[in-house]
Design a binder for this molecule. Structure first.
Ligand code: SF4
Length: 239
C-alpha cells in the first residue's frame, strides 16, 4: 500500500516585528541637523571675547565653571592684561586674584600665563591656527582648540565636545561612547564637515535650555519625535 503523504500542520503566522530603527540613518541625522539649525538660527559661542587670545583664555577659564561666571571675570582680566605679552609678564598671584571665582584658579592662572608665554615667544603674539600648534599651549586640549579654531578662525578641524554635547549626543543615539575624544571621532564620522562648528553651538544651547541634565523638558523639545532616549520625561511615541 502506498504511503500517504502527511502534511505538517501550518504554524500560525508570526506577528510582524517592529521595524528596526537605525539611529545613524543619514535621513535621521539630516533631520536632526535641520531642526537644530531652525531652532537655534545664528547661534554663537556664549563666551565674551574680542579676539582669538581672549577666546582661548575664556575657554580655559570655563573648565568646571559657567560661561556666565567667566564673562563676569574676563573684562577686568583683559583690562589689566590686554595682550598675551602683558599676561606673560604678569605675576601668578595677580592673575589668580582676578580669576579666583572661576574655581581651580591656581592651575588656571599657571596655564594662562604659560599659554601667554608660548603665544608671545613662539607665535609672534597670535594664537596659532592649526590643531597641532594650538595643542602646545598649556591648559588647551581638543575642546578648547576646537572652540578657538571653529568660533574665531572658522576652521572646522573637529567638533567641540563639552558636557552638553556629550550628554545630548548619547541621548540622541549619535554615539555610545563615554569619553569626549571617542564621542568626537563618532560625530566627525556622521556629521558633514560644514556643520561641525554650528552643531556643537546648537547642541550646547539645546542642552542648556531644553535637554537639561536632570530633567529634560521633552514636552518642549523640537527633536522629541526623533528621540528615543530612556532619559525622556515625556513622549509622543505610541507605547
Ligand atoms: S526629547 Fe527629551 S531627551 Fe530627547 S533630546 Fe529632547 S529634551 Fe532631550
Amino acid at each position: 500500500m502506498a504511503a500517504t503523504k502527511t502534511t505538517a500542520p501550518k504554524r500560525p503566522a508570526k506577528k510582524s516585528a517592529k521595524p528596526v530603527r537605525n539611529p545613524l540613518a543619514p535621513e535621521r541625522i539630516a533631520a536632526i541637523l535641520d531642526i537644530l539649525a531652525k531652532t537655534y538660527p545664528g547661534v554663537v559661542c556664549a563666551l565674551t571675547h574680542r579676539n582669538a587670545w581672549e577666546l582661548t583664555v575664556a575657554t580655559i577659564l570655563s573648565a568646571q565653571c559657567t560661561d556666565v561666571r567667566v564673562n563676569l571675570v574676563t573684562p577686568a582680566l583683559f583690562k589689566t592684561f590686554p595682550t598675551p605679552k602683558a599676561m606673560a609678564a604678569a605675576s601668578l598671584p595677580e592673575i589668580e586674584e582676578l580669576i579666583r571665582t572661576t574655581g581651580f584658579f591656581r592651575n588656571k592662572a599657571k596655564n594662562i600665563q604659560g599659554a601667554a608665554r608660548i603665544v608671545t615667544e613662539e607665535f609672534g603674539g597670535k594664537v596659532p591656527k592649526t590643531m597641532d600648534e594650538i595643542l602646545r599651549l598649556p591648559g588647551v586640549a581638543r575642546k578648547t582648540a576646537n572652540v578657538v579654531l571653529g568660533s574665531w578662525y572658522g576652521i572646522a578641524d573637529g567638533v567641540v565636545v563639552d558636557t552638553h554635547v556629550m550628554r545630548l549626543s548619547r541621548r540622541l543615539e549619535l554615539t555610545k561612547q563615554t569619553s569626549p575624544q571617542k564621542i568626537e571621532q563618532d560625530l566627525i564620522k556622521i556629521l558633514p564637515q560644514d556643520r561641525w562648528i554650528n552643531f556643537s553651538h546648537e547642541l550646547i544651547h539645546h542642552g542648556r535650555q531644553v535637554c537639561i541634565a536632570r530633567k529634560p523638558r521633552c514636552v518642549d523639545c523640537t527633536l522629541e519625535k526623533l528621540c528615543y532616549s530612556s532619559d525622556k520625561t515625556w513622549t509622543s511615541h505610541p507605547a
